[in-house]
Design a protein around this ligand. Structure first.
Ligand SMILES: C[S@@+](CC[C@H](N)C(=O)[O-])C[C@H]1O[C@@H](n2cnc3c(N)ncnc32)[C@H](O)[C@@H]1O
Length: 294
């Protein structure tokens, strides 16, 4: 008998390589109120995705009717679902079938506790898969050819799990190529680090979210962005928002999660704050990619 998968499952249930597991579930369950702002911002972004229709080529029966029609997919693939601590139930209710992927074997039970009742009431089927869905992305995509794909705060964890920033950066850069032709979106960490923002009467301080569109694929020092519709260098936009999030030189450097090239240029993005723990914030990036029909 090969005991490796068993021990791997135990490890993933405990920490999921520093990206989840029991420690995440405990922390997330106790932080719901402090994270409400971020959860609301994620909800708004998720709802934007529903306006995108998944284009698929459909051959109609009569040749003269043979044309490209667009239909709306009602199937969702959720990667890094965990227990859906930051996930919006009303958004999940928009789908008829949800295939959720996570390496953490505890996720399934906890996801059902958090969202199962509402989804069951609406007759929405949820299938859970304990799998490394980034390593097996091609298999996941081909198993659900018509589904929306949502990376649920998992891609920014890739460098933490791999413990290798260069390798994570290289793998993440090609994710958009592997997803070509699909409706997909992601919320992920861009940066994280020590913050001077405070809590007042149990309510965490948050700056307003900003809209960002990257204008080219140049390196970070040279790339241009529209930051709240104003053109500037990516580096300046980054420094402006991290300052709003309470970053300061005196407090120490922020971690780069190697995700700044994930989305294709011109994607409409939102940057928002996440008060992960006292004195430590994350800058989250989120957005949707609309496929083009060829
Ligand atoms: C920050 S948590 C996600 C939080 C989740 N979206 C929520 O709202 O509760 C990251 C999750 O990604 C999972 N994960 C990390 N790498 C993964 C991979 N390669 N494939 C599938 N799941 C992964 C972890 O087990 C963890 O549950």
């Amino acid at each position: 008998m090969n005991a490796l998968p068993f021990f791997q499952n135990i490890k993933n249930a405990l920490t999921a390589g520093g990206t989840g597991g029991l420690t995440w579930h405990l922390h997330a369950s106790l932080s719901q109120k402090k994270w409400q702002f971020t959860r609301d911002e994620i909800h708004k972004e998720l709802m934007k995705g529903l306006k995108i229709t998944a284009p698929q080529k459909i051959q109609l029966s009569k040749p003269e009717q043979s044309q490209v029609e667009t239909i709306k997919s009602k199937e969702l693939v959720l990667i890094g679902a965990s227990a859906g601590w930051m996930m919006s139930t009303p958004w999940l209710e928009e789908f008829s079938l949800i295939n959720a992927y996570d390496i953490d074997p505890l996720s399934s039970v906890l996801f059902h506790i958090n969202h199962g009742k509402a989804l069951k009431r609406k007759g929405i089927k949820v299938k859970f898969h304990t799998l490394d869905a980034i390593h097996h992305l091609d298999q996941v995509l081909s198993s659900h050819p018509n589904a929306y794909i949502w990376f649920d705060n998992v891609l920014g964890q890739h460098r933490i799990r791999l413990r290798n920033a260069d390798l994570a950066n290289a793998q993440l850069k090609i994710i958009q190529l592997r997803l070509k032709g699909r409706v997909w979106g992601s919320v992920h960490d861009l940066y994280s680090g020590p913050s001077t923002l405070k809590e007042h009467l149990g309510v965490q301080e948050y700056p307003k979210s900003v809209s960002v569109v990257r204008l080219d694929n140049n390196t970070e020092n040279q790339a241009r962005v529209l930051y709240n519709s104003q053109e500037m260098g990516l580096e300046k936009g980054r420094q402006t928002f991290l300052k709003e999030l309470g970053a300061s030189r005196a407090n120490g450097a922020w971690l780069d999660h190697e995700t700044s090239n994930l989305f294709p240029v011109k994607t409409q993005l939102t940057w928002t704050g996440w008060a992960f723990k006292p004195g430590y914030y994350h800058c989250l990036e989120m957005g949707w990619v609309t496929p083009t029909l060829k």
